[in-house]
Unconditional design. Sequence first.
Length: 128
Amino acid sequence: MAYSEKVIDHYENPRNVGSFDKDDLSVATGMVGAPACGDVMKLQLKIGENGLIEDAKFKTYGCGSAIASSSLVTEWVKGKTLEQAGTISNTQISAELALPPVKIHCSILAEDAIKAAITDYKSKHPNA
Ligand code: FES
Ligand code: FES
């Protein structure tokens, strides 16, 4: 299948690959899997004192579209609040990357990873 130029760019030059210490209280970790294909995505957000996402990293074991989707969202979330990051939707991701219908679930993985990271952060900061 043909990948869009933006997918190939993110796939060949993925932004922000890596990990933070998941036990760090300023780190939010979202780990999700796609039942359809078995691909796995880990997205981590580092939240600054001011409540803004100051950094993001990902590791994705999956197809080019999943890698591109996670690379893209690490760029999009920086400087946002968790609440703002939580509004990033798979339709925005798939539109930006021009994903074909069979690859929509790859962008859903990225949306779900953000949401899972937010849930993780809330569980670490129950009184925030
Ligand atoms: Fe094989 Fe996504 S289905 S890499
Ligand atoms: Fe399953 Fe892309 S995440 S094919």
